[in-house]
Design a protein around this ligand. Structure first.
Ligand code: NAD
Length: 420
């Protein structure tokens, strides 16, 4: 992987830029530019046909300065240690930016879960949870869902840790189903946050939300929820893509119908979806559609130096983590395209995960209205801070977000000092 597409090198480059502007000491830079802890596990899983297959997984804790660490678990064939390191570092900045008392972590298993039966998926999950259990705990490290993991996977992890301990430990993981201590509003939280960021951006730029043409890459948890909520706010979603390609209709897609379609299909894919007037296009073409808002909500490195000059959106709101490379960022800034960065735009998930953890610890549950209202207050408050700093210093929203977040993490680490 080249330096330009290695997510960890990108994450370090973004940190270095912020550290330089913040004038952080060399010592602190050295601490924050690398993960504090990394665990690699190689483990066997019994397959349905009687074979035993080996899998590799990771759990990386980037920085524990501000509290227990938090971050999702991804199942994907392209998972590698540098991707997990980058995602863990981005979690540290994200938690700091929205000012919740966590450090950052991330986990992943190198696997294509579409190739596994449900029983194999459960055995893989329980064994991986056991392998990384030396790091996990409500007071230490609290995972959550990410690409290709969902509430059921979280329930298996919670059950596995609980079986080891001999009592139920709901707060060891978030994104759980409601019937085992999940929080109302968690499934929709990341997409809801993304839709709120589009709304706030439109407000600041005095652009009407009504009729705004939106394109969404990725139709999973984040992308599909964002599309549904933006449609409800009056936007017209003209393009959607997933791993099977893109779907376009200039007058607006039937998002509810597409969601019903994916809910009935394995891995919620749009493969085979058709409707009158819907054109099938490639994933690349989708990113380059003329629209008002582009929401990348799939994977890293989607907007790069190769396609940034052809992006026709006026605004980009990053539902995914790391969808834009630094080279592309510079091109977009030059072209006057406003980008709401991942560590702000998709923070709704970790905010409501934090609420789920708090509710689990005190065993007192809130209404959905409570959850949504608190989420909105926190994420809109963070947006306002980022926006104001960007205006004051004439910098991009990404740089402003990094300056705020990295400063908070630096302050916590400085206050604690170096042990011993
Ligand atoms: P998901 O597994 O629910 O959905 C991923 C979607 O991306 C699927 O529709 C898949 O088909 C699609 N996809 C995969 N490869 C693609 C490609 N090449 N082109 C277009 N689409 C492609 O995952 P998710 O939870 O929605 O996560 C999506 C992104 O959002 C990830 O970057 C993740 O880290 C980030 N994120 C998720 C959460 C959360 O709460 N789930 C929180 C913050 C950030």
């Amino acid at each position: 992987m080249s330096d330009q597409s290695n997510p960890f090198h990108i994450a370090q480059q973004q940190f270095d830029t912020a550290a330089e502007l913040l004038n952080l000491s060399d010592n602190l830079r050295a601490v924050l530019r690398v993960p504090q802890r990394e665990l690699t596990v190689n483990f066997p899983v019994k397959m349905d046909d009687g074979r035993t297959e080996m899998f590799t997984g990771y759990r990386v804790q980037h920085n524990l300065g501000r509290g227990p660490v938090k971050g999702g678990i991804r199942y994907h064939p392209a998972v590698d240690i540098d991707e997990v390191r980058a995602l863990a570092m981005w979690m540290t900045w994200k938690c700091a930016l929205v000012n919740i008392p966590y450090g950052g972590a991330k986990g992943g298993v190198v696997v294509d879960p579409k190739q596994l039966s449900l029983a194999e998926l459960e055995r893989l999950t329980r064994r991986f949870a056991t392998e990384i259990s030396i790091l996990l705990g409500p007071e230490k490290d609290i995972p959550a869902p990410d690409v290709n993991t969902n509430a059921q996977v979280m329930a298996w992890i919670m059950d596995t840790i609980s079986m080891h301990r001999g009592y139920t430990v709901p707060a060891v993981i978030t994104g759980k189903p409601l019937n085992v201590g999940g929080s109302l509003g968690r499934v929709e939280a990341t997409g809801r946050g993304v839709s709120l960021m589009v709304r706030e951006l439109a407000r600041r730029l005095s652009r009407p939300l009504e009729g705004m043409r939106v394109v969404v890459q990725g139709f999973g948890n984040v992308g599909s929820t964002a599309a549904i909520l933006l449609e409800r706010m009056g936007c017209t979603v003209i393009g959607i893509s997933d791993a099977t390609g893109g779907y376009y209709r200039g007058t607006g897609l039937d998002i509810a119908g597409m969601r019903t379609f994916t809910d009935r299909h394995s891995f919620r894919l749009l493969e085979g979806y058709s409707a009158p007037g819907v054109e099938k296009i490639s994933g690349q073409e989708l990113l380059e559609l003329e629209c008002d808002v582009l929401i990348p909500a799939a994977l890293e490195n989607q907007i790069t130096e190769r396609n940034a000059s052809r992006i026709q959106a006026a605004l980009i709101v990053e539902g995914a983590n790391g969808p834009t490379t630094p080279g592309a960022d510079a091109i977009l800034a030059e072209r006057g395209i406003t980008v709401v960065p991942d560590i702000l735009a998709n923070a709704g998930g970790v905010i409501v995960s934090y609420f789920e953890w708090v509710q689990g610890l005190q065993e007192f549950f809130w209404t959905e209205e409570d959850v949504n209202e608190k989420l909105e207050r926190i994420i809109v408050g963070a947006f306002d801070q980022v926006w104001e700093m960007a205006q004051r210093r004439s910098i991009t929203l990404r740089l402003a977000a990094y300056l705020l977040a990295v400063q908070r993490v630096a302050d916590a680490n400085n206050t604690r000092g170096v042990y011993p």
